[in-house]
Design a protein around this ligand. Structure first.
Ligand code: PLP
Length: 440
């Protein structure tokens, strides 16, 4: 019997073995080319095989790869913290490094709870969130995640955190349209806060644009203003989970900038190392750190590899690359091009019920028929089969939605490296068209 020891996502599936990557393309051991229209898991933001990043890795490795954060600090970690603070919103001046998005949201949750403790309030321990959200796979992060499929096995171990409806305009639970709706889904937060009691709630967490659980669900303009105002009025911190949306994915360094709100805590991951290294961060506002600085003077969190100099040097090189090549300012224009092409495709394929998103984070939701928006039955496995057909056609798409809240339908995300050229976007659309033609 052939024995194999690597635990893969689906144990009995065949995965192509990747040999190398260059730009937006990946090549497997048999020489097949894949256009990476999903940046892996919306991560490879500057594409593959970038020489400047490889050089930075080598340079840092020659100096030192690891120091333990409770013994030393390092130049790359100090520089990166400063750089990120300068690039993000003015009040977010504190930066806690971790290794994955899940660790970043878990840390955000702990800092929010600690903030209230440092102020002498010990009852505020819940972190509310939305259905159709994903904040990570560790227990605290999963507790906050409104992702039915990923929660199911662990329900007895999870805090029952998610509480409100997502701003899912395509399937508005109130059957209304923004802005006439008055943002009823945001106002739900207040109702729930009153029921639970603000004395028990430390924070509310949300992804500015919903990713893995909803395929680029993009709230209307004033949605977050309502959320933030409710949080402030009830003394509840607002955490923006920008693990997927951060680092320019939606056209600005943080997606929050586009809704004109300042979160109290922000999480970053994915694009921060752009796939070249595991690194993530929790950014904390001055006002949140203030009671900690006056109190215990330490954040109860962290991991052995937090603020690892090698990872920090790589992330710095990624930021330099983004800046030097003026990549983020181009994202809006590239996103608009792709969005237009996809809206054209929607006219030909009515099974594409919705095209949505911001910048280079675009979602397609599939329905049986656009008039009634009824999702395909789950056992049709539309997302899974479409993704695998696209892969055969040399196109990588990201699975999102597919009943992540137990209700909604099949969906994929298109989120190529931010460095994608016009010619490559045309090739992306060509391969997608071929795939849709064969599938529907
Ligand atoms: N937060 C968001 C918004 C994410 O999209 C993800 C991953 O998809 C996470 C957190 C968890 O990040 P990681 O998989 O790096 O732990």
């Amino acid at each position: 019997m052939d024995r194999t020891f690597l635990i893969k996502p689906v144990l009995d599936a065949d995965y192509p073995l990747i040999d190398y990557g260059k730009g937006v393309y990946l090549y497997d051991a048999e020489g097949k080319e894949y256009l990476d229209a999903s940046s892996g898991a919306i991560t490879a933001n500057i594409g593959h095989g970038v020489q400047e990043i490889i050089d930075a890795m080598q340079e840092q490795a020659k100096k030192v790869s690891f120091v333990y954060r409770s013994q030393f600090t390092s130049e790359p970690a100090e520089k990166l913290a400063r750089k990120i603070a300068n690039l993000s919103l003015p009040n977010l001046n504190w930066c806690f490094f971790v290794n994955s998005g899940s660790e970043a949201t878990e840390t955000a949750m702990k800092i929010a709870i600690q903030y209230w403790q440092e102020k002498g309030v010990f009852t505020k321990t819940k972190v509310l969130s939305r259905w159709m959200s994903y904040h990570g796979i560790t227990m605290g992060a999963l507790s906050m995640s409104g992702h039915t499929g990923r929660r199911a096995r662990f329900i007895p171990l999870l805090e029952d955190f998610p509480v409100i409806q997502p701003p899912y305009c395509y399937r508005c639970p109130y059957n209304k349209e923004a802005p006439e709706c008055g943002y009823l889904c945001a106002h739900e937060l207040e109702t729930i806060i009153k029921r639970i009691g603000a004395d028990h709630i430390a924070a509310f967490i949300a992804e500015p644009v919903i990713g893995a659980a909803g395929a680029a669900i993009t709230p209307p303009k004033d949605y977050y203003k309502v959320i933030k105002e409710i949080c402030e009025r009830h003394n509840i911190l607002f955490i923006a989970d920008e693990v997927m949306t951060g680092f320019g994915r939606t056209g600005t360094m943080l997606a929050c900038e586009q809704w004109d709100i300042e979160p109290d805590i922000v999480t970053l991951g994915k694009g921060m190392g752009a796939g070249y290294t595991p690194i993530a961060a929790t950014l904390v506002g001055d006002h949140v750190m203030e009671p900690v600085l006056k109190g215990s003077k330490t954040i109860m969190g962290g991991h052995t590899l937090s603020a690892n100099p090698q990872a920090c040097a790589v992330s710095l090189a990624v930021i330099e690359y983004l800046e030097k090549n003026k990549i983020i300012p181009e994202v809006e224009k590239k996103g608009a091009f792709l969005m237009n092409e996809l809206l054209e495709l929607q006219k030909q394929y009515p099974f594409i019920g919705d095209v949505r998103g911001r910048g280079l984070m675009i979602g397609l939701e599939f329905v049986q028929n656009p008039a009634d928006k009824i999702p395909f039955p789950r056992d049709y496995q539309v997302t899974e089969r479409l993704i695998s057909l696209a892969q055969m056609n040399g196109l990588l798409l990201y699975p999102a939605g597919a009943g992540s809240d137990g209700v909604s339908g099949d969906a994929v995300m298109i989120a190529p490296p931010l460095t994608i050229s016009n010619k490559e976007m045309e090739e992306l659309i060509k391969r997608l068209k071929e795939t849709l033609q064969q599938f529907f």
